[in-house]
Design a protein around this ligand. Structure first.
Ligand code: NPW
Ligand code: ATP
Ligand code: MG
Length: 344
């Protein structure tokens, strides 16, 4: 797959594997990992290598599959205040290529979210005393959960989400944890400790909160790569994506950096697009397995893909709408951006 001239000219995305950090903190590299290991940081070639690994996990569209095979994703979030965030996550999962997208939200939020889109399946269960039990009926049918967009911080809801996380772990369901789901993890890091099928997607503030809770240290200014690596290691190799001017991603063994060109627009909801996309990509990558993702773990590759896609959507939407760009404009770019990045 050729590097697209436009992307290359833009110096769009880069990936670095920080071998020095590995030497300091990580276990010995195996042969495959060594083959991928890049001492040179931030080159277009590195970016292309990692984008190719993402392409390897994207399932082909064929007439031989039935509805559901390419992904049934659940988003846990949506309350009185926040209905947009779970919508953005769930619709993004569908547009990336999931077949079915479910939202598990509070009773009050459900009709609002339904009214945004007929494509989402909306379950008004999250504030019910039976929430965990009801969720357990659905978990066997879900390939991944995205926990937190628009969840809010109500104690009763968070208690239900704690039960949902425990049930998901027991079943081995991959979980992407974002927004208020990260608030819960900062209160109780043990909930996710050592669960290798989890990805955390903190923004700047959320990362600082997690860092403080898990490492007992506030976020230090300079060394973002080391900070993400250390947080992942302290959580038992849970994959961590620190969003920002560059997205820094680590599974405690390697660090990838995604600098795909985005835009200067910082409207709310972009992180929700990322977490919803990641739900699908995580399922695809884990299903494909490490033999096709090369050196980096499947979840690192999935996270890199979701970051690159979100930023590419931002770039494309901004080209059309400039300052008026909103996350809905970015959602409309998911298809074209995905094609540009991941399809020949
Ligand atoms: N349409 C919807 O329904 C949407 C709903 N959403 C939902 O809202 C809920 C709360 O999520 P959240 O991210 O607003 O909460 P939180 O972490 O308390 O941050 C709040 C404050 O932190 C700061 N700040 C943030 N980033 C920063 C940075 N990079 N660097 C520095 N500072 C930074 C900034 O503080 P300020 O600048 O005002 O001092 C900001 O105001 C959650 O459920 C989420 O999903 C959103 O998804 C959006 C779309
Ligand atoms: N300074 C920046 N420059 C370029 N891209 C950025 C910058 N900050 C964040 N992004 C990109 O925006 C996307 C969302 O990250 P952000 O930090 O805004 O998440 P968030 O605060 O959780 O968003 P949300 O409003 O959905 O909660 C990511 O793809 C990230 O790469
Ligand atoms: Mg967010």
């Amino acid at each position: 797959m050729a590097v697209r001239a436009g992307a290359a000219a833009a110096g769009a995305a880069v990936v670095a594997v920080l071998s020095a950090a590995l030497a300091l903190y990580g276990p010995p590299l195996d042969a495959a990992l060594r083959a991928f290991s890049l001492h040179k940081a931030h080159s277009v070639k590195d970016m292309e290598n990692t984008l190719q690994l993402v392409r390897n996990v994207v399932p082909p569209l064929t007439t031989k599959k039935h509805k559901g095979q390419d992904g049934r994703i659940g988003v846990v979030g949506g309350c009185r205040e926040y209905t947009g965030a779970p919508y953005f996550a769930a619709i993004s999962a569908l547009k990336v290529g999931a077949d079915l997208s479910h939202v598990f939200c509070t009773q009050e939020a459900a009709p609002v979210i339904k009214s945004y889109s007929p494509e989402l399946i909306v379950h008004p269960i999250l504030d019910s005393p039976e929430a965990v039990h009801e969720m357990e009926q659905w978990l066997p049918r879900l390939h991944a959960l995205v926990v937190g967009p628009g969840l809010g911080r109500d104690d009763a809801l968070l208690e239900n989400v704690k039960g949902i996380l425990e049930a998901s772990k027991a079943r081995g369901v991959p979980v992407v944890i974002d927004a208020d789901g990260l608030w819960l993890i900062a209160q109780q890091p043990a909930l996710i400790q050592g669960y290798r099928k989890a990805v955390l997607t903190p923004n700047h503030v959320e990362f600082g909160r997690l860092s403080e809770a898990v490492l007992g240290a506030p976020l230090e200014g300079g060394d973002r790569h080391g900070a993400v690596l250390r947080l992942s290691q302290a959580l038992g190799n849970v994959t961590v994506v620190q969003k920002g001017e560059q997205d820094v991603i680590s599974d405690g063994e390697q660090v990838l950096v995604c600098s795909q060109e985005g835009s200067g627009r910082r409207c709310g909801g972009q992180g929700d697009l990322l977490s919803g996309s990641l739900g699908v990509l995580a399922h695809w990558a884990l299903r494909t397995g490490p033999q096709k993702t090369g050196g980096p773990s499947p979840l690192l590759v999935a996270a890199f893909g979701a970051c690159a896609l979100t930023r590419q959507c931002s770039q494309q939407a901004f080209q059309k709408h400039g300052r008026a760009t909103t996350t809905s404009d970015m959602v409309a770019e998911v298809g074209p951006a995905f094609r540009r990045l991941f399809e020949a």
